[in-house]
Design a protein around this ligand. Structure first.
Ligand code: TXA
Ligand code: MG
Length: 329
């Protein structure tokens, strides 16, 4: 359920204008929001998350029109990127674009790159907040760097506490995993981070395969620096407890995150179902919340760790497996 309260939005907007940090609900995960044009506020984001400053942030815009004020994205010169923006914004898609030379966005937000990652969120509260502030809002996921991403306002409060002035409660994030990040170079689309918009949906829309960032050929290497997602750290999204992947036979002293259908009526003492009927959309929405829960159970019951059933690598499964492999690294 999305709660929408104008008082929350004007309070959050005022805090952001004053350079403070606010927990902002989005349809993917909760973001730690700040004014993208305020160097000090952006610096506060890196300090609060303990995030390496070479890892740039996503600028959230209210519309495609607004994005065009800060980045190059026009229908005739950037056909593929524009097509993607038109079709999937607002929504869980981030485009890495060339920044306009006169852009007022803090250089710290883009880690000094000439490109900028842009997203137009679909969550009505995020949208209203950007419109009210009337500036781009940078918002990394609202968790300490390397930890599990938040899909509830409570996750933000638990992990960042007093370091965030105010978190707007917008209910559970409907998608539950971060946006898919795409960079288009010479009208070819590169997948920098799998996410809430699946590869097949994107490939069908642009009628070309997405090129894996790691699958670059020598010929494309000259562009390599331009199509990197520098923040894709090997270890990320990690619970405190040990994590084992692709497990069909867990031990009783682990929490088991299960993905159905169940082969037997075996009940594990600490099972949590990502999805009973092998629904990847449902599993995606549950993933981070259940990892938070599993972590708590491990502490409460002094369990050995968390294990997870195999997840197919199709559709949203690609993003789930990306996060799980980093969480286990
Ligand atoms: O769904 C999302 O994208 C969420 C919500 C809050 O909008 N935000 C999010 O932000 O996931 P964060 O900071 O956790 O991840 C941002 C990613 C990083 O992997 C970073 O390296 C990449 O975006 N990125 C940012 N700017 C970039 C750029 N100019 N070029 C390449 N990658 C960039
Ligand atoms: Mg993150």
């Amino acid at each position: 359920m999305t709660r929408f309260d104008w008082q929350d939005i004007s309070r959050a907007a005022q805090l952001i204008r004053d350079g403070a940090l606010v927990g902002m609900p989005t349809e993917t995960v909760y973001g730690l929001a700040a004014d993208a044009t305020n160097d000090q506020a952006v610096a506060r984001i890196y300090a609060t998350k303990n995030r390496p400053t070479f890892n740039p942030l996503i600028a959230h815009m209210a519309s495609l029109d607004m994005a065009q004020q800060f980045a190059h994205l026009d229908a005739s010169h950037h056909k593929i990127a524009f097509q993607l923006a038109e079709k999937f914004w607002p929504g869980p898609l981030t485009l890495v674009l060339d920044q306009r030379p006169d852009s007022p966005i803090s250089a710290l937000a883009t880690a000094g790159l000439s490109t900028i990652a842009v997203r137009v969120p679909a969550h009505p509260i995020a949208h209203a907040l950007i419109e009210t502030v009337n500036r781009p809002i940078v918002a990394p996921s609202a968790n300490p760097s390397g930890a599990i991403s938040p899909t509830l306002a409570d996750h933000v409060r638990q992990s960042l506490g007093e370091r965030v002035s105010f978190t707007i409660d917008g209910g559970a994030s409907a998608i539950g995993i971060e946006s898919t990040i795409i960079r288009v170079v010479n009208e070819k689309a590169y997948l920098l981070r799998p996410g809430g918009l699946s590869r097949t949906t994107l490939e069908e829309a642009i009628n070309q395969p997405l090129i894996a960032r790691k699958g670059l050929t020598d010929e494309q290497d000259t562009n390599e620096a331009a199509i990197d997602a520098p923040g894709q750290l090997a270890s990320h999204y990690a619970p405190k407890a040990a994590l084992r992947l692709n497990i069909e036979m867990p031990s009783p002293d682990e929490v088991w995150l299960r993905f159905g259908p169940s082969q037997t009526d075996y009940h594990h003492p600490h099972e949590l179902w990502l999805s009973h009927n092998a629904d990847l959309t449902e599993a995606t929405a549950n993933l981070f919340a259940m990892m938070h829960l599993a972590d708590q159970r491990c502490t409460e019951h002094q369990l050995k760790g968390i294990c997870i059933s195999p997840i197919p690598d199709t559709g949203l499964g690609e993003a789930i497996n990306d996060r799980l492999s980093r969480a286990a690294a």
